[in-house]
Design a protein around this ligand. Sequence first.
Ligand code: SAM
Length: 225
Amino acid sequence: MRIDILTIFPKMFDPVLNESIIKRAQAKGKVKIYVHDSRDYTLDKHRKVDDRPFGGGSGMVMRPEPIFNCVEAIRRKAKKAKIILLTPQGKTLNQNTAKKLSRLSHLILICGHYEGIDERVRIKLADKEISIGDYVLTGGELPAMVLIDAIVRLIPGVLGDKNSLNFESFEGNLLEYPHYTRPANFRKMDVPEILLSGDHNKIEAWRRMQALKRTKARRPDLLKQ
Ligand SMILES: C[S@@+](CC[C@H](N)C(=O)[O-])C[C@H]1O[C@@H](n2cnc3c(N)ncnc32)[C@H](O)[C@@H]1O
């Protein structure tokens, strides 16, 4: 998979792309991630990426020109890319969307700032609009990082143990069962005995019951699905 990111704050991505699973996924050649500074695609000498809104009102709006220029430059080499606009007005990200996106070969992520992006970018370029939740952040960089993390770990071969994906929250519309590790007794709190029994069938049944109980208590909406 290839991911291109358009941003006016490219340095924000350094720590996230150069640590942990995302770093390893790139090293293994599972994903190639390119961060583009939208300012490099401006044509004026001040490298201006924003301007005042037509019609008046507060704040600034991101100009369409650098974004169109950058997308066109990327698409010249890779025509099939799906363009995603990060916006609080988009469809809320969930595991199903992350799965679908993880099967695509090329994504272009557009990060907004200020009051948002000139509407013509949405109309003409965006294939999909994604929100990471019903709250407003200052920019699309953190949402893009959330989306990349959610997608990259689902690419086959990225996680060491592919079973981690089969038994995790939202698989089969359930939240995952609780986990315990050593020591078996910690500050007078015991690990449930069944987990120490070595009886895999009983452990599996216990975990399933825990997952159902948790989902019913915390996310009954998932069970209805
Ligand atoms: C301050 S927000 C703009 C909000 C816009 N004025 C509105 O009311 O819908 C600036 C940028 O941050 C990003 N952003 C903020 N919240 C987001 C969210 N929940 N999900 C995805 N992107 C978000 C978007 O890229 C957006 O263009």
